[in-house]
Structures are given as C-alpha cells and as structure tokens.
Design a protein around this ligand. Structure first.
Ligand SMILES: Nc1ncnc2c1ncn2[C@@H]1O[C@H](COP(=O)(O)OP(=O)(O)OP(=O)(O)O)[C@@H](O)[C@H]1O
Length: 314
C-alpha cells in the first residue's frame, strides 16, 4: 500500500473544476515533484492533501488515514511550506520557529533544541534574533522552511519554495530538500521549473488543467519523447525573411512547433524522418543566416509541449 494515495479527487471553485479526477500514489521515502504551469492545480492539490480545503469528490489517504476523517492525525505528520510566506514580520526568526514548534506540541528543552537545529539547517542561526522584515526574499523563504520542519514531520510538502529568490538561496533550498529526504522525510515538491524537479526528484507528476497528464521517473518521462527532437538555431535576417521562413517551417509536416525570436528559432520535430537538411534549406531559401545549431536533449519541457501543444511557461 502506498504511503500517499490520491483517489479520483475532484475540487471545484464556484463550479469550475480545478482538480479533475486526480489519481496518484506516492511511496514513503520519495522526493516527488509535481510540475505544471500556473493554474495547473498544484496548490489546490496540496491544500486538499493537507486538509486546508475540503474535497468535492474522491479521497486522499496518508499512511492509511483519510484526510476526510482523520484530518488532525494527518496534519501532525505533515510539514507544509506554503507558497505564500507564513511568517510573522514582528517576531524574530527564532520566535517564528518557536511559535510553529509549539503549534505542533513541542515544549521546553525539546522545543529549544529543535528550533536551534531548524535555524542552523536553513543557514539562519546568525539571524536568529533579527526580525524577518530585514530579510531578503530568499532568507524569508528559508525561514518559512524552518517553521515547517521543527516538529520532524515524516512528510514535507513544499509549494513552489523557490519563486522569486536569488540563485544562492535557491541552491540552498534545493540542497536542503535532498538533505531532509536523506534524514528520512518523504517530500512533495511543486514547481513550474522543470530544471528543479529534474535535479532533485525521484519521480515527477506533470499536471495540466487539473489533470495528471504524465507520471514517472525522469528516465521514464524522457523515454516518452525519445522519438522527438528539439533544435535551437541562432539566426539573423530581416523580419520579412524570418516571418516567411517561420511560415514555411510551420508547414513542414514533421515539425510540431516553431518558436521564433528576432535572433533565434526553436524547432520541435518528430524523428526519424524529420530532416535537418530540409530545415536548413528552408532557412537559406529565405536568406536567413544560421550562426549556430544545437540539438537539445529531450526534456520535461519538451514532453509537456508534446502532450499539450503549449510550453510550461508560455
Ligand atoms: N480561491 C480560489 N478561488 C477561485 N479559483 C481558484 C482559487 N484558487 C485557485 N483557483 C483556480 O484553480 C485553478 C488551479 O489553481 P492552483 O493555484 O491550484 O494552480 P497552481 O498549479 O498551484 O498554479 P500556481 O503555480 O500559479 O500556484 C486555477 O484556475 C485557479 O485560478
């Protein structure tokens, strides 16, 4: 039996479906990535898992306990790092972490040692006495994480924890996720950055319009697009030449999508059959100069485009 089971879950807001008959199983010990564009239904799914929103259909069990019937017991197992920061600006960093530790029943010496550990873990020990209003966005995000891990949750759910932060804090958070997993927590990590989920997750589910459209290890998902090719060209030409070339490329049967800027063309093409020579011929016929050509390895972005016809971050 899987650690988390999401069975035929439905959620509607004002009659509009946001999570559409979602089925998903996650095992203990996984770092599971939930990838999808804005509005795909990731945050709603997480709110349903953590009992913050009632289900309109289906059920979710965590460690065999239903969120519908044992919401309190389920919540104790979870550390939620919400997308919107849940920290108090007027409390110090330490007081913030203490506050959340107390909510989970920690007291006395245990509370103090867990707070110390959590602040150290996120690299904020030297800022323990400072109020988060003086923190950078990345530091606030790290404090948000400290608040959710103090009680040693067996399941940590992070909802887009790296949105709008500097690369150093981003790397720190990604390393923290791997470390928390090594220490025994199961992790669910939502993101619309495929690079992040590719780098840290053992398995990835791709959501779009409330549905799970693909799920598997990184290798399994890449296999689904192994007969596809993504080519990136640096080019130059007048706008008329570029537009004409773009139109002709779009009519080439094996090309699935063409994304053009004034200096680059990105082509998604089916293989075998799609011929590079034909592409170069179309460009040269329209007097578009090619300065470089790169074949990009099939990735999750490409899989998303293949399945939906859209880019993850259109
Ligand atoms: N409180 C709400 N009231 C009405 N509609 C909502 C509400 N919250 C979410 N939605 C809608 O539900 C759908 C799914 O939203 P959700 O926030 O779950 O997506 P998401 O994948 O987490 O996106 P993001 O990356 O932008 O957070 C969207 O169409 C959104 O507009």
């Amino acid at each position: 039996m899987s650690y988390i089971q999401i069975k035929d879950v439905v959620k509607r807001y004002h009659g509009k479906v946001s999570v559409d008959h979602l089925n998903l199983s996650i095992d203990q010990g996984e770092i599971f990535g939930l990838l999808g564009p804005n509005g795909a239904g990731k945050s709603t799914t997480i709110k349903l898992m953590t009992g913050l929103l009632p289900l309109d259909g289906g059920d979710i069990t965590i460690h065999n306990q239903s969120v519908k019937h044992s919401s309190f017991q389920v919540k104790k197992r979870i550390g939620l790092v919400p997308q919107d920061l849940a920290i108090y600006e007027s409390l110090s960093a330490k007081e913030n972490v203490e506050f959340f530790g107390r909510l989970y029943g920690l007291r006395g010496q245990e509370l103090q040692s867990r707070v110390k550990w959590a602040l150290e873990f996120v690299g904020l020990s030297d800022k323990a006495k400072d109020q988060p209003k003086s923190f950078s966005g990345g530091m606030k995000r790290r404090l948000n994480i400290a608040c959710s891990i103090t009680h040693k949750p067996e399941l940590i759910i992070m909802d887009e924890p790296t949105v709008g932060i500097d690369p150093q804090s981003r790397n720190h958070i990604l390393e923290s996720v791997k470390e928390l997993n090594r220490m025994g927590s199961t992790i669910i990590y939502t993101s619309h950055y495929m690079e992040e989920v590719s780098a840290i997750c053992t398995r990835v589910g791709i959501m779009d319009q409330g549905r799970l459209i693909a799920c598997g290890t990184h290798g399994e998902l890449r296999e689904q697009v192994s007969h596809e090719e993504r080519i990136l060209l640096q080019v130059s030409g007048t706008s008329t030449q570029l537009i004409q070339a773009e139109q002709e490329l779009k009519h080439y049967a094996l090309i699935k999508k063409v994304i053009m800027t004034d200096s680059s063309i990105e082509i998604f093409m089916r293989t075998p059959g799609g011929d590079l020579q034909d592409i170069l011929f179309i460009l040269s016929k329209n007097q578009v100069a090619v300065h470089s050509l790169t074949r990009v390895e099939p990735d999750l972005e490409f899989l998303f485009l293949t399945l939906t016809g859209r880019k993850l971050r259109d």
